[in-house]
Ligand binder design. Sequence first.
Ligand code: XMP
Length: 516
Amino acid sequence: PVLVVDFGAQYAQLIARRVREANVYSEIVPHTVTAAEVAAKRPSGIVLSGGPSSVYEEGAPQLDEAILDLGVPVLGICYGFQVMATALGGEVAKTGQREYGSTAVRISDSGVLLEGQPAEQTAWMSHGDSVARAPEGFDVLASTDGTPVAAFANDERKLYGVQWHPEVKHSAYGQAVLENFLHRAAGIPADWNSGNVIADQVAAIRAQVGSGRVICALSGGVDSAVAAALVHEAVGDQLVCVFVDHGLLRKDEARQVEEDYVTATGVRLVTVNAQKQFLDALSGVSDPETKRKIIGREFIRVFEKAQADLIAEAASEGDPIRFLVQGTLYPDVVESGGGTGTANIKSHHNVGGLPEDLQFELVEPLRTLFKDEVRAIGRELGLPEAIVSRQPFPGPGLGIRIVGEVTQERLDLLRDADAIVRAELTAAGLDAEIWQCPVVLLADVRSVGVQGDGRTYGHPIVLRPVSSEDAMTADWTRLPYDLLAKISNRITNEVDGVNRVVLDVTSKPPGTIEWE
Ligand code: XMP
């Protein structure tokens, strides 16, 4: 792999993704990694990320300098560039001239790294310190008004660095810098793609699972759907999927899983229709936290019952279920410290008749992948686009999008309004631009309206379109007025009981994305 050394901030994940866009597999390692640990991974290249610190700061993240002597090609970016300069005997100075944002870069000597690039270009910068003198044996390739040394190279040792951020889209030739480093300087072939990932994962799953039986809970979301499809590709009917239909899903979702998904993959699916159980449990409840707790509790009950039935069935055939599929993604793995992937989880032990110490071994075929890669694999495996490109949808579903008590009638109404919004956003080609658009029914609020010849006293529907990178922060999406008008018209005309559509114009913070 190419190792991306993480010096903090959010740059490392972006770099890792860009490297993969160049069809080279990448992994993120913390900056505390030792040269021996790096060598053990036998990397074909190393990228040192940017970071928020100054190399002069007390406690600034360090690099084991022996990493630069392993004979592995290295590209330093921003802070990583300065760390390299310092380690190799160059000079980093506080010039007092901060460069931030789009900056003009002049290339004096393209070398291999900047080959094929225009002599003048703009690139994205964000730094206070600058490399004042390149280390001995290094050629200076570029400069800016504020930085005499904006890029350097030592072809013999295959060590390279740039002050700007090639991973950022604002750097016009950024991806080309990365590709020159990977393919030309380091000589790494562009041969990592979703086809290979599938082949590798299928082999790995077979090796892990052998002839064992596997269970997977399908949520209707992308991750569990792709994880299960991969496992099914590997071990066929050794896999059983369980799908709990709690009645809080959006229009057509249950059918998509039960029909389209099964048709596309051939997985063995057990659907548990628990609509009545959830509605009964939610009856009379309007407090959001209480609703969430009830939905979570009922979900575990239903899933465990289904699981127990399957385990009993398998055991009676002398072939216990030993594995559980989880759709864990790479960002979760990186953020939780990059665990080893062999975790055993204890099954919930309140399942009637199960041994206390029953353990599942986890199968996590997506733990090296980013979300966009998971989607690409889903497409490659032939999953329907409606499943592959689905936007995030909370586990408690429409239950937390009805402000007030959840009833069958309100669910049906909200499902209709939500379906209209989704259809119109898709028709307008805006699915890729918005992160998600919760549609909320204010069931406890009524307002006066006039429809046809008469007065109405109906409920408002709230549109909550948001743009976001990761759901931690979000901004409300400025949807075109014409589109909003069309959505509003359709909902008030087509959905009985709704006489008003309102738009939520709150960012997060202070508002959360969901209303409850
Ligand atoms: P909030 O409302 O906290 O939501 O801004 C952030 C993101 O998380 C989703 N969300 C959930 N997802 N179970 C989930 O799986 C939940 O209980 C849950 N609550 C919120 C929400 O849709 C948004 O993408």
